[in-house]
Each structure stands twice: as structure tokens, then as C-alpha cells.
Design a protein around this ligand. Sequence first.
Ligand SMILES: NC(=O)c1ccc[n+]([C@@H]2O[C@H](COP(=O)([O-])OP(=O)(O)OC[C@H]3O[C@@H](n4cnc5c(N)ncnc54)[C@H](OP(=O)(O)O)[C@@H]3O)[C@@H](O)[C@H]2O)c1
Length: 264
Amino acid sequence: MKQNLNNKVVWITGASSGIGEAIAIEMAKEGAKLVLTARSEAKLQALKAQCDEYTKGAMVLPMDLYKIETFSGAAKQVVDKFGRIDMLINNAGISQRALTREADLDIDRKVMELNFFSPVALTKAVLPYMIKQKSGHIAITSSIVGKFGFPLRSAYSSSKHAVIGFFDSLRAEEDDLDVTIIIPGRVQSNISVNAIGKDGKADGNMDPGQANGMPADVCAKTVVKALKNKRKEILVGNKELLMVHIRRFLPRLYYKMAKTVAAR
Ligand SMILES: NC(=O)c1ccc[n+]([C@@H]2O[C@H](COP(=O)([O-])OP(=O)(O)OC[C@H]3O[C@@H](n4cnc5c(N)ncnc54)[C@H](OP(=O)(O)O)[C@@H]3O)[C@@H](O)[C@H]2O)c1
């Protein structure tokens, strides 16, 4: 069943950059009332100005998504302004570039906290409103490495597997909710630059795979179409998506490929 996004209140996390920023622009073109969240207020204000060209009145709601204790207050702020929350797109995330044996447990926790516990907590802050409304749509950005493991990404891959389990379960529990799991392959963004290295600091490098990935605006168009169509799961990317099918149907080939891939 297709939905019209015009005037829908759509809250996007990770809106200051990459995939989230591009989704916000596509959503503004659809006439959605946007709530834009990330840490960088300046980038969100610049994005709001861009979105205003299509639909005016986006709310800039800067948040550090590690601060879970602020989430119920933030959800109330959105409802106080717009009266409801129709869609939450849990998109903010952080990647990793570190071997398991070199990465301190703190790195695993840092990645899990932002990529798993944070969207879980924000979803729990928003759920009471959606349950009261008897409608709502929650999306989560996982990754192709949420479908298979990949070198230098053990924590990241775990977090992206974990959200698939959580949000599949939520969908099965709630008849009035729609849940969409977004599974991107390689998309042009700052994800590799911001990825946590073995020293716990940002890696700082743009991966060639990332630089040559699908442009974020192309990804966002596909994502927004999937959300309009209330798709339960969507793969978006280029030929790297093949690996998902290889892992599922030809596991022995996947085991070999995962060992020999020139990961960075
Ligand atoms: N690009 C890809 O190839 C790819 C592939 C698969 C999955 N993904 C997933 O797609 C999602 C978006 O990533 P992207 O590729 O667009 O990367 P990106 O350009 O690095 O964007 C990450 C976003 O998350 C926000 N963020 C990071 N830490 C935050 C925090 N503590 N509090 C609030 N917001 C925070 C950032 O904003 P601030 O820095 O302003 O806070 C930024 O808006 C992530 O979940 C990522 O794992 C990406």
C-alpha cells in the first residue's frame, strides 16, 4: 500500500551529511514536514535552507545521539511543534576501520552504542506517540555488512546485524506500525573518513570503494520511493550488493571472498 508523504512529520537522524542529508532533500521535495537531527547545527541549518526551497518549516533539532537520556524530551519537542510523528528514520551511524585483535573493547561499545542502542532508544521514545496515533513508520539504516561479516568491521558489522534483528522483531509485534530496513551497499559519503580506527580516533581516509560508490542523491531517491511504498527491506547500491546473495546462496564462496578481499 503506497503512502503520500505530503505534510507527514518525518524525523531524520544523521541528516547533516551523506545519505541522511540526501534523504532530507528528497523528503522535502515530497512535501514532508522535516525534523533534522545530527550534532552539527550549522550543517543542519544549511540543509534546512536547501529544504525550504521545496517545503518550508523544517525543524532543526541538534542532538548528540550518544546522549540517550535526552531522547524522550526531544520526542516531546517534536510532538509539541508538529502534533505528531509519522516517520522516524534512524540513519545516523559510525563505521570502523580496525582489526578485532587491535581494537579495544571500548571501540566495540562505542560503535554498538551509536548504531544499535541509540536507534533502539530513540525508537522507544517515539513509539508511545505512534501507538497512540495507531500509525507510524520507523526506518533503520543497516548495511550490506549487516548481512555478512567483513574484515576490519567486526563491531560495525555486528551493530548492523543487530538492528536487523531488532527492527524485524518490532515489525512482527506491532500491527499499526510500518518498519523499513534500509540496506545500503557503497554510497558516496563521509562514512569511511569518520570511521573509528584502532586508536579510537577518526580514520580520516576516504576509501576508494566509498568514493566510487553510488551517489548519495541516487541512493536517497531509491530509499524515499521504498518508504512511500512501505517496503519492509530494501537493498540499495551497485554490484557490491551481489555479496549479500553470495553469502546466502553460496556460503563457501563467500568464506573465500571474505578472506581475500582487499579490505581497508
Ligand atoms: N555510505 C555507505 O556506503 C553506507 C553503507 C552502508 C550503511 N551506511 C549507513 O548509512 C548511515 C549514514 O551514513 P553516511 O554514509 O551518510 O555517513 P556520514 O556522511 O558519515 O553521515 C553520518 C551521519 O551521522 C551523524 N552522527 C554521527 N555521530 C553522531 C552522534 N554522536 N550524534 C548525532 N549524529 C551523529 C553525522 O552527523 P554529525 O557528525 O553532525 O553529528 C552524520 O549526519 C549510517 O548508519 C551508515 O552506517 C552507509
